[in-house]
Write a protein that binds this ligand. Sequence first.
Ligand code: GAR
Length: 195
Amino acid sequence: PLKLGIMASGSGSNFEAIAQAIADRCLNAQLQVLIYNNPGATVVERAKRFDVPSVLLNHRVFDSREQLDHAIVQTLRQHEIEWLVMAGWMRIVTPVLINAFPNRILNIHPSLLPSFKGHRAVEQALAAGVKITGCTVHGVVSDVDSGEIIMQAAVPVLPTDTAETLQSRIHVQEHRIYPSAIALAAHSWKERSKL
Ligand code: GAR
């Protein structure tokens, strides 16, 4: 099984989709640790239900992004993770973290990249008036939301949509693609390292 570390900031519905896919044996992996940064984030309750140990690293107590990332790397190493999955992690990560797990960090973003990078991607899509948006699983590089695209899914934008209704339509697709995208990324990484 792939040894996964997972990082989340909020609700953690993607965390749950991945944990459930593992429990259902749809994804051959093990969740070694959840790192979260907001005390009281709902994702912690989900981790308890799936027996995944969780570690709070509150960014507010660190002096810089790099110091937070050093603590993250240390925690991930302690839990012997091979792949890092960012599932609604709302902090920008630095080369300290990225270089510790080269080509083995994934993120999910609620738009069809390269459109609507950065914060509030769902609101950006609504404001732009696009008729189709979606979600993207991609590799993490220093440039925000710019790594290799692993998998995408599209959803329609309806005339009646609010950010909430559009976000929940996107969430359904995120939950569907993230487990398979993890398996696909790990598979292609192994194939490439044979070359
Ligand atoms: C997801 O929609 C994810 O794509 C987005 O946050 C949500 C987290 O939901 N991520 C970003 O916006 C990253 N910049 P969840 O906590 O229910 O998984």
